[in-house]
Ligand binder design. Structure first.
Ligand SMILES: Nc1nc2c(ncn2[C@@H]2O[C@H](COP(=O)(O)OP(=O)(O)OP(=O)(O)O)[C@@H](O)[C@H]2O)c(=O)[nH]1
Ligand SMILES: [Mg+2]
Length: 413
């Protein structure tokens, strides 16, 4: 599959183009130079041909360590691509700053497409002048805002590519990783996927998008989703903060398993997230990260505290993403949930449980669906079951079927 990567200075419109081509609805286009950090890839269809398209962080004005890490990550991905789209902003006052990027990508000997965006802001002569300054003859001139030249661009992208079959990766489960900023979420995914794909840094708020990676385990393919750290409500101030949080909560909604990464102790914020995950009826695994920097008594304290919040149906593990510690236990928990997909609850056992609950005039217990495991209880309509009795029946069924570690829902009809 041909890999196309969009590169350019900050704020030239790379993410807008990416979202336009991939028809992403959940766009995180922000008029804020340097918003995108991790490269975001998406398998997309352009004129019935399949490509992997990647959006990257803007290049230029690197100041901090994190800026340099971001740029290194971008260049690593550029080297792995087949076609490079270099995007230039027609209104850029410092055009010559593109020369460095231009010279470097030329040396890579890849297919390059030069795009000038925001052309509605300039006239033909000014556009010609841009080409002269940058010493490029052939450009595709577009305006994403005014929808000019897009068809022409799509035509050029697909012209020399052969049609390939649709690629439908079948994911066993979607797993998303959530937690406070700086908890070690991206580090954990890098360890699980045995890559350095995601940018990690001690600056809280490093990850800014939902980033999907592939995680293979025992012959199964999982989609693993990194999310921006969820800040405390009182610290959510800017528009960006709000988008970041929305991204994280969206990831929870589309996942089967949520790994909540906590750092030092379980905070009120973590408890709020746990409640939200439970409300969404998702399987929860709590990973207490950075256990390498905690002493035994710290670990004991956390262990005691966490037991108050993590009830029987959920589980937790102590890990160190940095030193690869405890990950096998985390994987065991994932597999336990995965294997449960296959478990067929014995019909006779359900009949047996129904009989044991005869005092509640239950006619039958049916399995509605497996993810999350949902039972429907049919009872005599005239018979009233109180809230406390429902709670008792629920825990009775869970105990009898030995499904304590699985997220379960019971509907009374
Ligand atoms: N000591 C120690 N440090 C860790 C561990 N896991 C991650 N770190 C460090 O913690 C910092 C944050 O890690 P990230 O993986 O970027 O954290 P994140 O949760 O993705 O952060 P945001 O994207 O900002 O929300 C980095 O400096 C990591 O090297 C760990 O197990 N032990
Ligand atoms: Mg991160």
């Amino acid at each position: 599959m041909e890999k196309i990567i969009i590169v350019g200075k900050k704020n030239v419109g790379k993410s807008s183009l990416f979202n336009l081509i991939t028809k992403k609805k959940e766009s995180t286009i922000i008029d804020y130079p340097g918003y995108t950090r991790d490269c975001i890839s998406c398998i997309t269809k352009i004129k019935s041909k399949i490509f992997e398209l990647t959006d990257t962080a803007g290049i230029g004005y690197e100041k901090t360590d994190l800026d340099y890490k971001t740029i290194k990550n971008t260049w690593d991905k550029i080297k792995l691509s087949d076609t490079i789209i270099l995007m230039i902003d027609a209104s850029d006052e410092y055009l010559s700053e593109n020369t460095n990027i231009l010279n470097t990508i030329k040396k890579l000997k890849k297919n390059i497409i030069y795009i000038i965006n925001k052309i509605e802001l300039k006239n033909i002569y000014e556009l010609e002048n841009i080409k002269k300054i940058l010493k490029i003859n052939k450009t595709i001139d577009i305006s994403i805002k005014k929808q000019i030249g897009i068809e022409n661009l799509l035509e050029s992208l697909t012209k020399n590519t052969q049609t390939i079959e649709d690629i439908n990766i079948k994911y066993s489960l979607n797993i998303s990783i959530v937690g406070k900023p700086n908890a070690g979420k991206s580090s954990l995914i890098n360890k699980l996927t045995k890559s350095n794909n995601l940018i990690t840094d001690s600056t809280p708020g490093t990850t800014r998008d939902i980033i999907q990676s592939i995680f293979k385990l025992n012959g199964n393919t999982y989609k693993i989703i990194d999310t921006p750290g969820i800040k405390k409500k009182t610290n959510i101030k800017s528009k960006i903060d709000k988008i970041l949080i929305k991204n994280a909560f969206n990831a929870i909604k589309i996942s089967d398993i949520i790994i909540l990464v906590i750092e030092n102790e379980i905070t009120n914020q973590d408890i709020e997230i746990i409640k939200y995950i439970k409300k969404q009826e998702k399987n929860l695994i709590v990973s207490i990260n950075k256990s390498d920097v905690k002493n035994k008594s710290d670990l004991k304290k956390i262990n005691n505290k966490i037991k108050n919040y993590i009830k029987k149906q959920n589980e937790y593990v102590f890990i160190s993403a940095k030193y690869n510690f405890g990950l096998e236990n985390l994987i065991k928990l994932i597999l336990k949930i995965k294997n449960f997909q296959k478990i067929q609850i014995n019909e006779n056992k359900l009949i047996d449980v129904t009989k044991k609950l005869k005092n509640y005039k239950i006619k039958c217990i049916n399995i509605e669906k497996y993810m999350p495991l949902t039972f429907k209880i049919k009872k005599n309509k005239t018979f009233f079951i109180s809230h406390a009795e429902k709670k008792y029946i629920t825990s009775f069924i869970i105990n009898e079927l030995k499904i304590k570690n699985i997220s379960t829902k019971i509907i009374f009809e």
